[in-house]
Design a protein around this ligand. Structure first.
Ligand code: AMP
Length: 145
């Protein structure tokens, strides 16, 4: 395993790499899809976490899924956006991790997912782990001998 100063990649955990909750754009389960689309377009992210009113992680929601839900035969029926709730279009299969999870497990996770949500033992949202944060460490490790 390549060394990072005195650390190796295998020593890193989610705790060292996470973007904390207060810096993460999110929406709530009960929000209309219209609000979610606004957050997604304003933030520039393809998808963001979905939380409940207690800040517990519920899933993720992305632009593509929302637009698929309002796609008619000939046009996007945008008037439907206010009737659809986030919970009915969110993705519940996005991976979640805990702060103590090791680097190699995370590396495998981000092969198929652009980010994973970080939760505590009770399911409260603590932040996200992004593919970018993982790749930055891999890149850094390539230049240290
Ligand atoms: P990145 O690896 O930086 O491209 O991020 C991967 C994905 O994580 C992005 O496409 C977003 O869906 C999500 N993401 C990254 N940063 C944030 C953030 N601050 N708030 C919400 N979602 C984010």
């Amino acid at each position: 395993m390549t060394k990072l100063g005195h650390l190796t990649l295998a020593d890193l955990t989610v705790q060292d790499l996470l973007i904390p909750a207060d810096k993460v754009a999110h929406v709530q389960v009960g929000n209309p899809a219209e609000h979610a689309l606004l957050v997604l377009v304003q933030s520039g992210y393809a998808s963001v976490p979905v939380l409940d009113m207690y800040y517990k992680y519920q899933g993720t929601i992305g632009k593509t899924k929302i637009l698929q839900n309002v796609m008619g035969m000939e046009r996007f029926e945008m008037e439907k956006l206010s009737e659809i709730k986030v919970e009915s279009v969110m993705d519940v299969d996005t991976p979640k991790v805990t702060k103590d999870m090791d680097f190699l497990t995370c590396l495998k996770l981000v092969i198929n997912h652009p980010f994973a949500c970080v939760v505590d033992e009770q399911g409260y949202f603590e932040g996200i782990l992004t593919r970018r944060a993982i790749l930055k460490q891999v890149n850094k490790s390539m230049y240290i001998d």
